[in-house]
Design a protein around this ligand. Structure first.
Ligand SMILES: Cc1cc2nc3c(=O)[nH]c(=O)nc-3n(C[C@H](O)[C@H](O)[C@H](O)COP(=O)(O)O)c2cc1C
Length: 389
């Protein structure tokens, strides 16, 4: 039995990922912006909500299916877009998409990924969505949208919370910028952390190293990795952009990065078929509310007009249960599967999914709720100060 198979929970996968990955890569995934207040808050808020079970309710195995944008998935969670996934494991994006498909759920591919989108689509057996940043400008983004449509991606996820990259202080301490300069003098102090993980390094080099983004095709070729911070700052998406994105795409759009009821309404008015209540996993504006705290206000504002998805801080099946009971149609998991990928590639992602699936089945059974779709607020006790409806 491998170490990944022995992992009991997501925290075990996190420990294994920390052991296998260089500090610079582990911290890139694990860390958040500035003081990481929001990163911690996203996780801790789940502890403030208590569950209210209905006992003596015998039932068959609970039904975990959920329907999003007309597609029924076997699980109420999808895999969130994660930039540079290929850094965690060779061909990381394709492995994650394949693991999601095998589990009967969907995968969302980041614009800022290391693999051609066609390769990722080919590895997937269930629907995959494409997450859009406007990096490189409108023409470059339009070409990416076209490619995603031709390849068969079924929805576009437009991320709106990244007008600049957040201040991820761990990346600065680890020398991410210095390592990307490719100037040996600047790089030297930071190289030992890579040499300390020879198995990871051998895989990374054999995989070609992640130095550009193959789905962001500039006139000069794929966008170099070193340019990402500047490119994000030059391509902030605004509400008027939603219109041309809609026209260029011609399919369903989900707006990701909604923090307030007002922005949720704007997204729906701009034609979004869905919104993701998300603060980018605490990686952007530190100090914003934990996403679970915002979910009820967004559901109340737009839940009858659009599909509300949720992400942030999910490490247990009971976290998913709480978000669904507060009105999310489905959730996205980010670090939970990324730790699995970092710990052991495709089997690690599968292990993360299996852990959360088993958690969900057990939690629903103990709650006396026959299905994920049957969850509602009557299964929760909310702290004082939370909206009562
Ligand atoms: C390493 C990393 C990279 C990410 N890259 C992207 C990205 O390229 N695009 C995007 O929309 N969100 C990105 N996110 C945010 C995730 O999609 C998701 O919102 C977040 O991970 C959810 O929080 P969780 O990790 O606590 O589950 C990234 C998150 C992490 C951890």
């Amino acid at each position: 039995m491998s170490a990944v198979d022995k992992a009991v929970n997501i925290a075990d996968l996190r420990r294994l990922a920390k052991r296998r990955l260089p500090r610079i890569v582990f911290d890139y995934a694990d860390g958040g912006a500035e003081d990481e207040i929001t990163l911690r808050g996203n996780c801790r808020v789940f502890e403030t909500i208590t569950l209210r079970p209905r006992s003596a309710v015998p039932m068959p195995s609970p039904d975990l299916r959920t329907t999003v944008l007309g597609t029924t998935f076997d699980l109420p969670f999808l895999l969130a877009p994660i930039g540079s996934t290929r850094m965690f494991h060779p061909h990381g994006e394709a492995l994650a998409a394949a693991a999601a498909g095998a589990a009967g759920t969907g995968y969302i591919l980041s614009t800022l990924c290391g693999s051609p989108l066609e390769e990722v689509k080919a590895a997937a057996t269930r629907p995959v969505w494409y997450q859009l940043y406007l990096v490189g400008g409108h023409d470059v983004a339009r070409a990416g949208i076209e490619r995603a449509r031709r390849a068969g991606f079924s929805a576009l996820v437009v991320t709106i919370d990244t007008p600049v990259a957040g201040m991820r202080e761990r990346d600065h301490y680890n020398g991410t910028g210095a390592l990307l300069t490719r100037k040996i003098g600047s790089m030297l102090p930071y190289i030992p952390q890579l040499l300390a993980k020879p198995r990871w390094l051998a895989g990374f080099i054999a995989d070609g190293g992640l130095m550009s983004f193959p789905n962001v095709m500039l006139p000069t070729g794929p966008m170099p990795y070193a340019d990402v911070g500047r490119a994000l700052a030059e391509c902030a998406v605004g509400w008027p952009d939603l219109r041309w994105i809609r026209d260029a795409w011609g399919g369903p759009i989900i707006v990701k990065g909604v923090h307030t009821a007002d922005d949720a309404r704007r997204a729906v008015d701009a034609g979004a078929e869905g919104v993701v209540v998300s603060n980018h996993g605490g990686r952007q504006l530190d100090g914003v509310a934990p996403t679970l705290r915002v979910l009820p206000e967004v559901v109340a504002a737009v839940g009858d007009r659009t599909e509300v998805l949720f992400d942030g801080g999910i490490r247990r099946g009971s976290d998913i249960v709480k978000a669904l009971a507060l009105g999310a149609r489905a959730v996205l998991i980010g670090r939970a599967y990324m730790y699995g990928l970092g710990a052991g590639g495709g089997p690690g992602v599968t292990r993360a999914i299996d852990i959360l699936r088993a958690d969900l089945l057990r939690t629903l059974t103990l709650l006396g709720c026959p299905s994920a779709a049957g969850l509602d607020r009557s299964f929760l006790e909310l702290p004082a100060g939370w909206p009562s409806t």
